[in-house]
Write a protein that binds this ligand. Structure first.
Ligand code: HEC
Length: 478
């Protein structure tokens, strides 16, 4: 015991550690800061879990398109790797959840008001980089779902006016998703964005120390920037307790509890299952993002297509402006939510909205419907063998996952029952060969013969053909 103490004294004397850490640990905080204040430190704890498990995973993960999938299989089939991958996955979810709760608490308690405006602003930046971590991490799974999500994201980015094409090319590092895309996401996920997170956390924590932890709000005790600092100083003298141990124990209990929960989830539920290896022509990919993005994708998919583009572009900008503008719009006055009914209303509306969208996202028509029966002969007005073959291909090639025909099939794309009346034979063929927005290209997967059969089938109910009588497929239409 003595030896440890002597060693510590030696180190402390030479380094001045206790002089540095002591004031940080024991700085006075408001006595009333209770359990509502734990979400910030819990976010930090979740981030530390991500750093530790992330580094461990990086020791076995190969960020090359040819080997990533196999290396993930290797990791997942190893008990420790299984646990680490699971913890990294649930840790990411926990971090996003804690960021959300932390933001709600800070907003409801009016803690973003003077003098803590910059605490809020650095927090908004941290929210952005946290989301970017989640997004870039998803692709590293490098299965069909991950690749498809990036494909969707890039095709959304490409709709930005003027710079869209460049942004999309930047995201996928070229014209098509491949090894370069994976390298790019890996570099962003493990080097660039974490550097921003570290810098952001450093600034955020410094501001927390500099401005002090906000006192629990009381109705009828508004913030006045002219007098607040002097008042807060007095308040802490009167009613402050040292952070360690009087307040920190709650952070530790909650943080440890959260980490145990992450481990239990990882152990019993395991990491997200790896989908099939990526194959750009595989339309059975389930283009569903991880849960924390699901609500946004659901919102996009449920919107009418005409305004989808604008919402994709404008919604994030509006959300960003609102978040950044908040401490400038109202940085003084009442902090208590009892005197801020609007704030309570906004939180309730946002939570209900995100929750509803989230549930809708879990079973909305925007993702392909994968269990489809082949079309029955009664709806395929088969006038010849080619149309019959086309109808079979419509099912076997997965068109039916996204397109309904005679009321049967998915709703991701438009119904194709009468497509022959809307599009010419060439237009239909081009759509299939080159793909469309949110539809894969089939140029490499169909033989010319199969393409002909599909087109013939899709035209079989066309009125035009019946009029001209040019296509034998139309013979069955009176
Ligand atoms: C992953 C979902 C998906 C799959 C699978 C899919 N499509 Fe599509 N398809 C779409 C979407 C979404 C659109 C609408 C694109 C747009 O709005 O530009 C579309 C559009 C079309 C159009 C143009 C329709 C029109 O009215 O403009 C045709 C024709 C078409 N698809 C045929 C096919 C065929 C044939 C197959 C199978 C070989 C197929 N699609 C597979 C999603 C899909």
């Amino acid at each position: 015991m003595n030896a440890i103490k002597r060693a510590w004294n030696w180190i402390d004397d030479r380094s001045g550690l206790s002089g540095l850490l002591g004031p940080v640990l024991t700085h006075p905080v408001p006595r009333g800061a209770g359990w509502a204040y734990v979400f910030g430190s819990a976010t930090l704890a979740a981030f530390i879990v991500q750093v530790v498990t992330g580094i461990a995973l990086a020791t076995a993960y190969v960020s090359s398109a040819g080997e990533a999938y196999a290396s993930l299989l290797f990791i997942t089939n190893n008990p420790l790797g299984y646990l680490l991958r699971g913890m990294h996955f649930y840790g990411a979810g926990a971090m996003i959840l804690m960021v959300g709760l932390h933001m709600i608490q800070v907003y409801l308690y009016g803690a973003f008001k003077y003098p803590r405006e910059m605490n809020w602003l650095t927090g908004v930046v941290l929210l952005g980089v946290t989301v970017a971590m989640g997004f870039t991490g998803q692709l590293l799974r490098w299965d069909d779902i991950a690749v498809w999500s990036v494909f969707v994201a890039a095709s959304q980015a490409s709709r930005v006016p003027v710079v869209g094409e460049q942004v999309a090319r930047f995201i996928i590092a070229g014209d098509s998703i491949g090894g370069a895309t994976l390298s790019r996401f890996f570099a962003f996920h493990v080097f660039f964005i974490p550097a921003l997170v570290f810098a952001g956390i450093g600034a955020h924590l410094w501001l927390v120390l500099h401005n002090g932890i906000s006192e629990p709000p009381e109705a009828g005790r508004p913030v006045d920037p002219k007098t607040y600092r002097a008042w807060y100083h007095e308040y802490l003298k009167r009613d402050g307790v040292p952070f360690w141990p009087d307040a920190a124990w709650r952070d530790i209990v909650f943080g440890v509890g959260m980490i145990v929960a992450i481990m239990l989830l990882a152990w019993f539920w395991g990491p997200p299952e790896l989908g099939a290896p990526p194959d750009p022509s595989n339309v059975e990919a389930y283009p569903r993002p991880d849960w924390y993005f699901l609500w946004f994708f659901a919102a996009l998919a449920l919107l009418p297509t005409e305004i989808e583009d604008y919402v994709i572009l404008i919604a994030p900008v509006v959300i960003g402006i609102l978040l950044i503008g908040l401490p400038f719009i109202s940085n003084k006055g009442e902090r208590s939510y009892r005197r801020r009914p609007w704030a309570v209303g906004i939180v309730i509306i946002v939570v209900i909205m995100v929750g509803t969208l989230w549930r809708a996202g879990a079973n909305a028509p925007w993702s392909p419907a994968f269990s489809q029966q082949p079309l029955p002969a009664s709806v395929v007005q088969a006038s010849n063998e080619q149309v019959t073959r086309g109808a079979a291909l419509f099912h076997s090639e997965g068109c039916q996952f996204c397109h309904a025909y005679a009321g049967q099939g998915g709703q991701r794309g438009p119904s194709l029952t009468n497509v022959g009346d809307r599009l010419s034979r060439d237009q239909i063929a081009t759509s299939i060969l080159n793909g469309r927005r949110n539809m894969p290209a089939y140029g490499n997967t169909l033989t010319p013969d199969q393409l002909e059969a599909l087109v013939a089938f899709l035209q079989s109910r066309s009125q035009q053909n019946a009029d001209t009588g040019a296509d034998p497929a139309s013979a069955s239409i009176p």
